[in-house]
Design a protein around this ligand. Sequence first.
Ligand code: F6P
Length: 520
Amino acid sequence: MKQLPSYRILENLSKQAKDRHLASLFGDDTNRFEEFNVKLPGLILDYSKQNLTAEDRQSLLNLAEEAKLTEWIEKLFTGEKINHTEGRAAGHTFLRDLADPKAEVSEQWAKMEELVERVHTKQLRGYSGKAITDVVNIGVGGSDLGPLMVTHALKGVRSPLAPELHFVSTLDGKQLQRLLKNLSAETTLFIIASKSFTTIDTLSLAKTAREWVESFSPTQAGTMQHFIGVSTNAPMMQEWGLLPEHQLLFWEWVGGRFSLWSTIGLTIALQQGMQGFKAFLQGAHEIDVHFRTTPFKDNVAVMLGLISVWNINFLNLAGQAILPYDSRLKYLASYLEQLVMESNGKHVSRSGEMIDYRTCPILWGEVGPNAQHAFYQLMHQGTERVMSDFILYAEASGKSERHTFHHHLNIANCLAQSRALMVGKTDDDPNKDYPGGQVSNTLLFDKLDAKHLGMMIALYEHSVFVQSVIWDINPFDQWGVELGKKIALEIFQKIEAKDTEGLDSSTQGILQSIWKTQNE
Ligand code: F6P
């Protein structure tokens, strides 16, 4: 990035940006919103509350050209193996192209549709012949967060035939144990969702679930009625004993954190029906087309990405808050934590060299009205400069007077916070002084439904990709998570053997304390 001609220009421009107050940009230009927003059918990105002038923006657009963003977008969409450290393409966009599906994808959609149909029409029955009422998704990371986030968001518009959905991910087992207390084995179906089908978190929970079903089911055949696998690893699903018609496949070219668009989205299809799932894919596809074909300045995903680069690399902001003003998006921040930080939390370039500039921000978030009473204090008066994404919906979730009342209150709070963060307030008492100048985007969508949710997720995915291109990093691998898994296995073996030799003194001390407590 630093060798690109526009980098130096942006560095110089950023000196002026650091000297000006964000609010002054509005004072100088009463039409600022018109100049700094991008509109698409169904959504608006308002980035007028960024500390950015038209000249800054032009240099960012130049930086994107110099980084050959257009060529990289083509590589993404034509299936080049741009995940070079794993020798794979990043093909999530293929899954959303319903007009031109790959043959192997169509085959799995058909199989998934059949399973959804069998659950909805109560043909899929458990060991005792009773129909399935509850479905538990066992998976972690990309095999959990996307479906969890989407099905929570769309719960209010579920198919009347949809079963109750539950998600378990944590290998401590407590989530599952609590859940099992309230479920009946006769009517519960488990989805073992794992791209690799080797993740210890998921496999250990699946084994516990299986033992639970076995403790009620009279036969092995009956037990296996209660399990569906979703994976790229057919041999491992077979070895686990899953029925062939209960095995859904996806492919190495679908990254784990992009897999909600694949058969990993089974829970979404169970909740929304296959048609609803396809509307979700269609929303994402519309953004794909927009991203691939629209000039950078009018391209929502490109602008989102470039704004982040401006903030992170030129204005030195290291934090990004995700603030949906809608409790239906309770799990959005968790989902984006993986999408953004597992993708761009990298410190070597594509050619394997250490890089000497910031990459991924620390992203966190919370439903806006709750966050106001939690961490907004830091954003208003702390010492950290943070960029925020406010997410808002124009349409209320219901039509009653009370719905309208709450909706208006919610909109007012969202707009109040982005304004307060921007303008601040001077006061003689330093405790009551707000510096302001905190930058934000506002993403306004018409409504929250499957299609608009698909659009939003695809926008964030592509924004992450844009940033990775500017930073010259591979956003599609995640080698950084391997070391912890390896050490966990080593320590697990030590714990089972009650032996601490060779471990560091901190680990030894904690284990000794645990054993002491356990023996008391
Ligand atoms: O934590 C690393 C990771 O590989 C994620 O990228 C992935 O989403 C998650 O583990 C789960 O992996 P799998 O779907 O293979 O069980």
